[in-house]
Design a protein around this ligand. Structure first.
Ligand code: AMP
Ligand code: GLY
Length: 455
C-alpha cells in the first residue's frame, strides 16, 4: 500500500528559498494546504498558501499554529532557528519536522566543530587552527611556519559575513581584532584560522534521513556584490545549475555526464559521509549543504550548512521534475534509501534582484510594480523554457500593495536549453519588475558561459 504523505505543510522562513519551496510543494498532488511563517509577498499571492504573521524565532507561536492547523510536516528554511533548537522544540510537542536538531545543526553553527568532524571522518578540507584568544590567534598568523593561514572565520553564525579571506598578516590581524572585538557578538568568541585555497566553488545540496545521503543538486553561488566577483560578500547575488565543473552537459542532447571532479567528490566526500551516517559515526537529518572548493581538480570541503541554500534552492528546484514532498517525508521517517530523482535537462540561472545599497542597507516600504502577476506558477513551468520569479524581501499589504522588505527583494530564474538563454530569460523577467532602488548582477553564470565558450 502506498504510504500516506503529509498533506498539511508549514514552511518556516520568509525568503526566496521559502517561496521556491512553497512553489515546488504546491505542485505535489498530496498537499492539501501550505502555511508559511512568516512567508513574504510571493507566498501571500499564492492561492494554495496562507502566511502566518510569526517570526522564525517565535517557537511557541509556531508550535501553537502547527497544532491548530493540524500540520503534518514542518519544514525549516533558515539557519538561526535550527541553531536555536526549533526542531527539538517542535518534536517535543509531537510535531513532525524536516530539519536537524540543534546538536546536529552544530555542523553549521560551529565552524570548529565542523572542522573537527571533517578531520574525524577523513574528509578533505583546508588545514586549520582554532583559537579562543586574540593573543594566541595573532601569534599563530604572525608565525612564518604558518604562512598558509590566511582565512579568518568567526566560529558561529554571522549571516555569511564572518569570513575574511586575507592576503597579508596585517589583514589577518585586522580580521582577528574585529572578530574578538565583538563585531559578530557571540559568534566571535572563537575563531577558525584556515589555509587559503584558490579554486572554484560548488554548493552541493544533499538530504539525509539519518542513515542515507541523497544528492539534491549542485549549484554555483555568486557571493560578491558586483559583476566580475568584485565588492563585499552578500547572502548570494545569484546562482546557476547545473555546474559544468561538476556535471558535463556540453553535448547536443544536453544529457548530463559525470566528470572527474564529480567522481572525486563522490569517492572522497559523499561516500565517506554516507558511510558515517550508515554506521552511526555521524548523526544528521535534513539538508546537508556541502560547500566545496575545487582547487586544481581536488575537492576540499569549505563548510557545512544544515539547511537549503539561498539562492541555490531557487535555481535547483525548478530543474527537479520529481515530487519533492516524498523526499522530505522520507527524511523524517527513515525511508530515503532507494529514492531516485528525475531532472529536467534545462539549464537554470537565478539572478537576485536587490536593493541598490545591499548588503550595507536593505529597502523597506518602497512600492513595487510588476508587469505580470507573479507568485502563481504551475508544474508546466519546469518542462518548458521560461522564467519564474520568486519573491524574497517583499510584503503584500491588505490593500494589495506590494512593497520592498529586505535587501534581496526577488530571485528571477530563467530556464532554457542553454545557460546563455536562461540568463537572458531571467533578465527579461527582471525588466518586468519595477522599484526605485532595483539592482542586480548581470553576469551570473559567467564561469559556466566561459567554459561553454571555450569548449
Ligand atoms: P564559508 O562561510 O566558510 O563558506 O566562507 C565564505 C566564503 O569565504 C566561501 O564561499 C569562500 O568564497 C571563502 N572561503 C572560505 N574558506 C576559504 C578558504 N579556506 N580558502 C579560500 N576561500 C575561502
Ligand atoms: N548561498 C549560500 C547560503 O545559503 O549559505
Amino acid at each position: 500500500m502506498d504510504k500516506v504523505l503529509p498533506g498539511n505543510i508549514l514552511i518556516v522562513g520568509g525568503g526566496g528559498r521559502e517561496h521556491a519551496l512553497a512553489w515546488k510543494l504546491a505542485q505535489s498532488p498530496a498537499v492539501k494546504s501550505i502555511y508559511c511563517a512568516p512567508g513574504n509577498g510571493g507566498t501571500a499571492l499564492m492561492p494554495q498558501v496562507k502566511n502566518l504573521p510569526l517570526a522564525v524565532g517565535n517557537f511557541e507561536g509556531i508550535a501553537a499554529a502547527a497544532l491548530e492547523h493540524k500540520i503534518d510536516l514542518v519544514i525549516v528554511g533558515p539557519d538561526n532557528p535550527l541553531a536555536d533548537g526549533i526542531v527539538d522544540f517542535l518534536q517535543e510537542r509531537g510535531l513532525t519536522v524536516f530539519g536537524p536538531t540543534r546538536t546536529q545543526a552544530k555542523l553549521e553553527w560551529s565552524k570548529t566543530y565542523a572542522k573537527e568532524q571533517m578531520a574525524e571522518l577523513g574528509l578533505p578540507t583546508a588545514r586549520f587552527y582554532s583559537s579562543r584568544s586574540l593573543e594566541d590567534a595573532l601569534a599563530f598568523v604572525r608565525d612564518p611556519n604558518y604562512a598558509w593561514a590566511r582565512v579568518i572565520k568567526a566560529d558561529g553564525l554571522a549571516l555569511g559575513k564572518g569570513v575574511f579571506v586575507c592576503d597579508s598578516v596585517a589583514e589577518c590581524e585586522e580580521a582577528l581584532t574585529s572578530i574578538f572585538g565583538g563585531s559578530f557578538g557571540d559568534a566571535g568568541d572563537m575563531v577558525v584560522i584556515e589555509e587559503k585555497l584558490v579554486g572554484e566553488e560548488l554548493s552541493l545540496l544533499c538530504v539525509s534521513d539519518g542513515k542515507t545521503l541523497l544528492e539534491l543538486g549542485c549549484a554555483q553561488d555568486h557571493k560578491r556584490r558586483f559583476a566580475a566577483d568584485q565588492g563585499p560578500n552578500t547572502g548570494g547575488m545569484g546562482a546557476y545549475s547545473p555546474v559544468p565543473l561538476y556535471e558535463d552537459a556540453a553535448d547536443s542532447t544536453n544529457a548530463v555526464r559525470d566528470n572527474a571532479v564529480r567522481e572525486r567528490i563522490r569517492m572522497e566526500v559523499l561516500e565517506p559521509i554516507g558511510k558515517a551516517l550508515a554506521d552511526g559515526r555521524l548523526s544528521f537529518k535534513g539538508v546537508l549543504f556541502i560547500g566545496i572548493m575545487v582547487a586544481g581538480g581536488v575537492p576540499y570541503i569549505l563548510e557545512f550548512n544544515a539547511r537549503l541554500g539561498d539562492p541555490e534552492t531557487q535555481t535547483i528546484l525548478p530543474r527537479l521534475r520529481s515530487d519533492l514532498l516524498p523526499v522530505l517525508a522520507a527524511c523524517t521517517d527513515g525511508t530515503l534509501a532507494g529514492i531516485k530523482l528525475d531532472w529536467s535537462p534545462l539549464k537554470s540561472v537565478c539572478v537576485s534582484v536587490v536593493a541598490k545599497e545591499y548588503p550595507a542597507k536593505s529597502s523597506n516600504g518602497e512600492i513595487i510594480e510588476l508587469d505580470e502577476p507573479v507568485g502563481q506558477f504551475d508544474a508546466a513551468d519546469i518542462v518548458a523554457a521560461g522564467a519564474l520569479i520568486f519573491h524574497a524581501g517583499t510584503k503584500l499589504a491588505s490593500d494589495g500593495k506590494l512593497t520592498t522588505a529586505g535587501g534581496r527583494v526577488f530571485s528571477a530564474v530563467g530556464l532554457a536549453p542553454t545557460m546563455e538563454a536562461a540568463r537572458e530569460l531571467a533578465h527579461r523577467a527582471i525588466d518586468g519588475i519595477h522599484f526605485d532602488c532595483k539592482d542586480f548582477r548581470c553576469d551570473i553564470g559567467w564561469r559556466a558561459l566561459e567554459q561553454c565558450a571555450s569548449k
